[in-house]
Design a protein around this ligand. Structure first.
Ligand code: AMP
Length: 546
């Protein structure tokens, strides 16, 4: 028997509509690319999102069409989140840190019809726009006075488009399972893969992250997401703020510790979120100032493991709580958050910090398990390690435009669970802790570097016989790539020439921090390089050098 309740779909437009109707005066403050501090209300943002929806109508956009963005955290990007998804099209955020060839691949794979771009990223798009097959136009996120000179034909000015549009628009109703946004993630091999979120998944995820046991958002909160809107929707924060009445502060392109400190102090920020690398510089700024920004209560840190020294520095130095989060592009992204229990308050500081460096407990809505090599579940005893699997309404069920027939997808989705590629323990209280990674990737400052792509690039060098790339610890970036090479017989490759050779093929920040010539690489029974052994041997290579 079915329940007798209304079937009103869970749509993203309803979030901002609610924000405008119930918390209409609440502010969104943004540091803009042009340099000023922009300030307006949810009700104004809602009106402008409606104007944008009318622009899409004039452009001839249809439901399901993809609209790309290359933009910082700012109010115009926020309007695109709502205007595009509310209209029924798909907001496709692109990571500007990727290599231009990957950006072009992604724009073509997604068949984006329009691209909304911040002034900062114009050179990027000028370099690739001739190769963009489906693109019909580029909209620069600025006003007439700041419009750049450009060779791109048919460039639009965002503010002009909005001004010429009506703010009368009725958000359409459609199936809540419709696609709402798209974000590509770097695969271990090959091209980036698209994760296609739905209105329903986005709403449920944002409700979960707003709860007290996660980000604790309400009218009393002021949130500054350092985590970018161009990667996994800034962990869902721009969706969770309007319906909770939270003041939203966007840092724009200025992500250094001093700029963040100033903005947090001036706007009364109570909570923030970002990757560990960002917080190192904020901690430096806090030391310089002699205190934390006055209202700052907690920071959510995720994307990479949080070192114990960081938990201590925030808490003991400045009275700021650290809440670690774990998740993936494929999981919207938040799967777990570490908020300590009252019973942990009785522990010594050191014992409590040991709990806080775990990745946390699952949010209501997702299930976690750890499994052995035969996929059999392992005990949650806090000691046994296994590959971490997750399922839930905001976990992706396949990649965009992939038929799941390849070997990787076969492994990734099995019996309704997604294999994360992370190795973890789960303790009796449900705290999950990442202990290793089975995916062959390096995470540097919160961004992925594919070791396999780097190895393939290196073995193209005429004097390199074998290459292995491993991630080794780095104080600032968490991990950096180290390249080990074996020379072809009778040659002695010059390290600078290998580096130059790689520079032509990969983004600058992918380049290994060091290249070491070795006699041989350790091989396993199947001929695979034993990366674990190399990781163990070289784990402190860059730390020692520093
Ligand atoms: P991405 O899809 O780029 O968001 O990366 C997701 C991956 O980042 C996860 O599968 C983990 O390997 C890693 N990750 C995310 N959060 C954490 C964390 N708190 N601690 C350790 N690794 C993390």
């Amino acid at each position: 028997m079915l329940g007798l309740m209304m079937g009103k779909p869970l749509l993203i437009s309803s979030i901002l509509q609610h924000g405008a109707e119930v918390y209409g005066e609440q502010e969104i403050v943004s540091r803009s690319v042009e340099g000023d501090l922009h300030r307006y209300s949810y009700s104004k943002a809602h009106q402008r999102a409606k104007r944008l929806a009318n622009v899409l109508k004039k452009f001839g956009i249809e439901r399901g069409d993809r609209m790309a963005t290359l933009a910082w955290n700012g109010y115009r990007h926020f309007e695109i989140y709502y205007g595009v998804s509310g209209f029924g099209a798909v907001c496709h955020t692109i990571n500007p840190r990727l290599h231009p060839s990957q950006i072009a691949y992604i724009l073509n794979h997604a068949e984006d019809k329009y691209l909304f771009v911040d002034l900062t990223f114009m050179p990027l798009i000028e370099a690739v726009h001739e190769h963009l097959e489906a693109l019909q136009g580029v909209v620069v996120l600025t006003d007439r006075a700041h419009m750049p000179e450009s060779k791109i034909p048919g460039l639009h000015c965002y503010e002009d488009l909005l001004e010429a549009s009506s703010e009368q628009f009725h958000w359409p109703e459609f199936d809540e399972n419709s696609a709402s946004s798209l974000c590509y993630t770097s695969g271990t091999t090959g091209n980036p893969k698209g994760v296609l979120y739905s209105h329903r998944s986005t709403l449920l995820h944002s409700m979960a992250i707003a709860l007290p046991q996660a980000m604790n958002l309400s009218e009393k909160s002021v949130v500054l997401p350092v985590v970018p809107m161009f990667h996994v929707n800034a962990w869902g924060i721009p969706y969770a703020t309007p319906f909770t009445g939270t003041k939203l502060v966007n840092p724009g392109p200025k992500l250094d510790g001093n700029s963040l400190w100033d903005l947090m102090e001036a706007e009364g920020v109570t909570a923030s979120a970002g990757v560990p690398t960002i917080w190192l510089d904020l901690l430096r700024a806090m030391r310089e100032q002699g205190r934390a920004p006055e209202k700052l209560k907690f920071v959510v840190i995720g994307g990479s493991a949080v070192p114990k020294s960081m938990v201590k520095a925030f808490e003991q130095g400045f009275g700021v709580e650290v809440r670690q989060g774990w998740g993936m592009t494929e999981t919207s992204p938040v799967g777990t958050i570490n908020v300590i229990k009252d019973s942990h308050l009785d522990l010594s500081d050191d014992e409590r910090h040991d709990v806080q460096i775990k990745q946390g407990r699952k949010l209501f809505g997702v299930d976690l398990k750890i499994v052995d090599d035969d996929d059999a579940p392992l005990p949650h005893d806090g000691r046994t390690q296994g590959e971490l699997k997750i399922r839930g309404p905001w976990v992706c069920s396949s990649y965009f435009k992939q038929d799941n027939a390849d070997e990787h997808s076969d492994r990734a989705w099995k019996d309704g669970w997604f294999s994360t590629g992370d190795v973890a323990t789960i303790d009796a209280e449900g705290y999950m802790q990442i202990t290793d990674r089975v995916k062959d990737m390096i995470k540097s400052g919160g961004e992925w570097i594919s070791s396999i792509d780097l190895e393939n690039a290196a073995t193209g060098h005429p004097e390199v016989a074998m290459a292995a790339v491993i991630g080794v610890s780095h104080e600032k970036w968490d991990e950096r790539p180290l390249l080990l090479i074996v020379a072809k017989e009778g040659t002695s490759p010059d390290m600078a020439s290998v580096r130059d050779y790689l520079s032509a093929q990969v983004a600058k920040w992918w380049l290994p921090d060091d290249i070491i010539l070795v006699e041989s690489l350790p091989l396993g029974a199947t001929g695979k390089i034993l990366k674990n052994r190399l990781r163990e041997e070289y784990k402190d290579h860059l730390m020692i050098k520093d």
